[in-house]
Write a protein that binds this ligand. Structure first.
Ligand code: PLP
Length: 375
């Protein structure tokens, strides 16, 4: 049986070069980076070189990068700090954010008594910029938290527009860039973004490591209390091999960005073309021509009864994709993202999210189509 991995928005396989680099660190650099002896100093050097490399790839300064255990932690840290330390009174976000932001904000809304406003979502799954302007016009100390690339449907936020808008209305701007870091160019000298977050396992790096970018001169208090690591903002002995692995993964992603992006664009276009050919009534959540190049959310013109079995059948045939609807005890619960803008009728239809990486081939797409045709 074949094994086809088309779930790269969930996580990605590591690049062999990243594994090699991490193995070297695990073998040779066990010193505690806080120790002052040579073992410790060599570990500390690796961490700071990694920080510099990551900063260079985003065009920011190394001191603006804080390592965290994952994207979720980085999001939690920033959102909490904005309320607690920057005294933000109101947060503008959207219903299509990842749960790492959405659930966190729902808890903070009650815990810290902040105002939570949701910007409207248009029919194509993008945010309504006019509504954002309207919300920003209210005179309150505000944070805008909107994701760059949506993990379920691939819609893309106009970072330039939103960051400039936030600047002009004097609001802080946080963006969850977990799905886009390493997959598109982000230049932090050009974009007035205050905070962004990343997670290495989304760009062919290891799991258990991410980072937060915090714009210079924004003073936050620690997330984890204890030692002096990460400028005292995130105490705990650093995961050196993971940090080095993340820096290597980002370096390689940036180095190969153009070629790999072109390969993936060609695959996605081929998939769309073939879907229209074999399933003329197919529809998409988010316009495939506008959504991010590696993600596509397909609503299949199958009978509703096939919804709960679809993923299982794909899995039985060796194909890994994700579903936009979670099946819970026999009934299918639509994803919170699709629920925000897709019609009730379409929500009943079987739906899959396919997400590509440069490791995928046209044969993978053909195989997926073959399996879908048999369902
Ligand atoms: N934000 C987005 C958009 C994601 O897709 C994910 C992972 O699925 C996360 C945050 C959470 O990242 P992590 O798995 O590193 O906690």
């Amino acid at each position: 049986m074949k094994n086809i991995y088309l779930d790269n928005a969930s996580t990605t396989p590591l690049r062999p070069e990243v594994i090699a680099e991490m193995t070297k660190v695990l073998t040779e650099n066990f010193g505690n980076p806080s120790s002052t002896h040579a073992f410790g100093r060599s570990s500390k050097t690796l961490i700071e070189l990694s920080r510099k490399s990551i900063a260079k790839n985003l065009n920011c300064s190394a001191q603006e990068i804080i390592f965290t255990s994952c994207g979720t932690e980085a999001n939690n840290f920033i959102l909490l700090s904005c309320i607690r330390d920057l005294k933000v009174e109101r947060i503008i976000t959207s219903k299509i954010e990842h749960h790492a932001v959405l659930h966190t904000l729902e808890v903070f809304e009650k815990q810290y008594n902040i105002q939570l406003d949701f910007v409207s979502i248009l029919e194509d799954g993008t945010i309504d910029y006019n509504d954002l302007v309207e919300l920003l016009s209210q005179n309150k100390k505000t944070l805008v938290s909107l994701m760059h690339v949506n993990n379920e449907i691939g819609t893309v936020l106009n970072l330039e527009k939103v960051s400039q808008l936030c600047k002009s209305y004097n609001a802080y701007f946080h963006t969850d860039t977990v799905q886009s870091i390493g997959k598109t160019e982000i230049d932090l000298t050009q974009l007035p973004i205050d905070f962004l977050v990343a997670s290495a396992h989304k760009f062919h790096g290891p799991k258990g490591i991410g980072f937060a970018f915090i714009r210079k001169n924004i003073v936050l208090q620690p997330l984890l209390l204890g030692g002096e690591q990460e400028k005292g903002l995130r105490a705990g002995t650093e995961s050196i091999h993971n940090i080095v692995g993340m820096a290597k993964a980002l370096e390689m992603a940036v180095e190969h960005l153009e070629t790999e992006r072109n390969e993936i664009i060609a695959l996605k276009n081929y998939f769309v073309e073939q879907l229209y050919l074999h399933f003329p009534e197919v529809v998409f959540a988010g316009k495939p021509e506008d959504t991010f190049y590696n993600v596509i959310n397909v609503i299949l013109p199958f009978d509703e009864s096939k919804t709960s079995m679809l993923l299982f059948q794909l899995d039985m045939n060796g194909v890994a994709v994700s579903r936009g609807s979670a099946c819970q005890s026999g009934s299918v619960k639509p994803s919170h993202v699709l629920e925000a803008f897709v019609s009730k009728e379409l929500l009943q239809k079987p739906n899959i999210r396919v997400s590509f990486s440069h490791y995928n081939t046209k044969e993978d797409v053909d195989y997926l189509l073959e399996v879908l045709k048999k369902i």
